[in-house]
Design a protein around this ligand. Sequence first.
Ligand SMILES: Nc1ncnc2c1ncn2[C@@H]1O[C@H](COP(=O)(O)OP(=O)(O)O)[C@@H](O)[C@H]1O
Ligand SMILES: [Mg+2]
Length: 358
Amino acid sequence: MAEIVLENVVKNFGKVRALRGVTVEVKDGEFLVLLGPTGAGKTTTLRIVSGLEEPDEGKVYIDGQLMNGVAPRDRNCAFVFQNYILYPHMTVYDNLAFPLRSKLWRVEEDEIRRRIERVARVLKIEHLLRRKPDKLSGGEQQRVALGRAMVRNPRVFLMDEPLSNLDAKLREEMRVELKSLQKNLQATFFFVTHDHVEAMTLGDRVVVLNQGSVMQVGAPEVVYSRPANLFVARFVGTPEINLIPAEVMGETLRCKTMGTTWKLSEIPFFQEVRNIPSRVFMGIRPEDILLGQGDKFGEVYLVEDLGVDKVIRVKTDHTILRVRASQEAQFAVGERVPYLFRTEKLIFFDPVTEKLLG
Ligand SMILES: Nc1ncnc2c1ncn2[C@@H]1O[C@H](COP(=O)(O)OP(=O)(O)O)[C@@H](O)[C@H]1O
Ligand SMILES: [Mg+2]
């Protein structure tokens, strides 16, 4: 069991500013997901925790102990990479035993067997122990790679996009397994992904990283419903949030590009929040626009059938709204359709600072 703390960590690679003062706390036993696009600095962050890189500035603590300058092998972190490599000439059993047989750990063979049996049971790979890696599916190989991390009983699991090489169905299964694994082990997981769905389903909390800076830390539902800024709003959620430029004029909110006006009294945000700039970005998630009701109209532009539900694009003047509708919704391209914004769900951003208002 262990907590991880990064305090104001800065890392440059020549002119590249990979991390610009990152502060993150992973609580003991927490599943923390670090989410961000390629190049955000996610791998660098994990490598600094593991000791494979040293920060230029800032501090790293594991379990309250300062880790700067401590060798990777003395940090007791298990690192699971995106491209895990199993030794092809060894059986699964020997692959699992390998880290324990190293001079570093010197674990007795009896103890090794006990640990492998336990881990194999948890990961449901008991029947695979005698096979060689080339006789395993991708998902099985991935579980063995996880097992190799687990046999060491690490204090901390560091996982760098471990599911991204799996096909969609397997990825879904592994998500469920990882989550229950973490619950059973009560271990601290620091998990990196660029996939917001993975982040939302796995994380107790999510840290959104962009260009080496933390954009937001919060529970998945908070990051989704109250994104700290425009970047987070756009990065999290599919289809993407609708962001519409709007202007406060007297007692109304005017959206020129949509050709519509709302009364401020209709929008809870304006009753609750003071000091609102006159220009804002209005944000609304696709599921918070209702089609077939309301007194504003648009034209159906595109219908995407996703199986479970539909994404319907509705053109209103110069804006195309993304709307999530149920499977039963029947709208034809070109049709004039009324729409209703769930005004209690509207969020607003300052167009200058790009930050969430209120
Ligand atoms: N060893 C390195 N040498 C030079 N630049 C690097 C090195 N490692 C990472 N970078 C750069 O640092 C930035 C962050 O990289 P990385 O942490 O790998 O991002 P992520 O894992 O989020 O995709 C990128 O711009 C990347 O090109
Ligand atoms: Mg990476």
